[in-house]
Design a protein around this ligand. Structure first.
Ligand code: F7E
Length: 323
């Protein structure tokens, strides 16, 4: 019999790639969709697989819906990807962020414990939980101290800890993937990689003359979402529940990212990129570089995209869009 997976946040970048990956492995895929007034926009990432998956309206803050779906589906695997995922916006809506990212995760976990206790549970934890902690060798790993610097990071740290607590208290198979930044053509255009690529393409077409960004000096470890959803699945196939860093181990500044993208389009970023304090954060996470040796050794996970091939794919997608 086919395994059943329930994905919260299925309409997002990761949710949609994960659904495709699980379908390709023969899973029956169920997803929770938050109601939105512009359905077409919200569900567009699922267009190619819509007839193959089962979706239901719901919200991780609405316990009764989660319970109802959990009781009906009784999934073998639960992937909690639903979140307010924008770090800067979490400073504008801290309570909503905590309700969704912290209590929402607890709601899904508690519902799993009550109605499908044998299920393997995946929590979308984040490198944002580290804040500005870095090990002496310049990396972050599973053992690095977590001192978050945003409401988003604080809420994610609660979820991370409650997953570990439930694992030990109730013997649940509950695991955390500590994912570093991951991008793709499906990344929303208010995240820095998509924003830079989308606007650089518009500039190259003469449709725009400047790109406003915030902090150009922060550094990120960027991988590809498609590679990272494979890791999520592998984490739940492991013999025991555990926590895993998923990253590339390479880091670049926002300035370098601009330089590379504009160069690929035959432009000099210095002529177009300007800083606007509007996009700065009250507190910034300055540097991320993940050590994923545990995932490589234990799960035999390895990324297939390079930094360059990821950028090329994103440039192609934005270049193909009519303007
Ligand atoms: O910012 C800087 C900004 O919003 C990256 C989420 O998926 O990864 C993501 O969080 C960097 C920051 O991603 C702009 O200050 C400069 O230093 O693309 P981002 P993020 O905040 O790292 C983690 C792992 C998650 O879990 C999150 O859900 O870029 N930056 N100028 C800017 N960032 C944005 N968004 N817009 C700018 O104009």
């Amino acid at each position: 019999m086919a395994k059943k997976a329930l994905i919260t946040g299925i309409t997002g970048q990761d949710g949609s790639y994960l659904a495709e990956h699980l379908l390709s492995l023969g899973y029956e895929v169920y997803g929770l969709i938050r109601r939105n007034s512009i359905t077409e926009n919200q569900q567009s990432r699922l267009d190619s697989i819509a007839p193959l998956i089962h979706t239901e309206y719901g919200d991780v803050s609405d316990v009764s819906t989660i319970d109802r779906v959990m009781m009906r589906v009784r999934p073998d695997e639960v992937y909690n990807l639903a979140a307010q995922s924008h770090v800067r916006i979490s400073f504008d809506v801290p309570q909503y962020t905590a309700q969704t990212n912290a209590l929402g995760a607890l709601n899904v976990l508690e519902s799993t414990r009550a109605h499908s206790p044998g299920a393997h549970f995946y929590q979308a934890s984040s490198s944002e939980m580290f804040g500005n902690s870095v090990d002496p060798d310049g990396k972050q790993r599973e053992t690095t101290r977590m001192v978050p610097v945003s409401p988003y990071g604080c809420a994610k740290l609660f979820a991370f800890n409650i997953v570990r607590n439930y694992r030990r208290s109730y013997n649940l198979f509950a695991s955390n993937g500590i994912l570093f930044n991951h991008e793709s053509p499906r990344r929303a255009s208010n995240f820095v990689t998509s924003k830079i690529i989308k606007n650089a393409v518009l500039i190259s077409r003469g449709k725009l003359d400047k790109l406003e960004l915030g902090n150009l000096d922060s550094q990120r470890d960027w991988g590809h979402s498609k590679d990272y959803v494979r890791a999520m699945h592998l984490i739940l196939q492991h013999t025991e529940p555990d926590d895993f860093v998923i990253s590339t181990g390479q880091t670049h500044s926002i300035r370098e990212f601009c330089e590379i993208v504009f160069q690929k389009l035959g432009l000099d970023y210095r002529k177009y990129v300007v800083q606007n304090p509007k996009y700065m954060r009250p507190e910034e996470l300055r540097f991320l570089c993940g050590d994923c040796s545990k995932a490589k050794a234990t799960l035999h996970w390895t990324p297939t995209y390079t930094f360059d091939s990821m950028i090329d794919e994103m440039i192609r997608q934005w270049s193909d869009k009519p303007t």
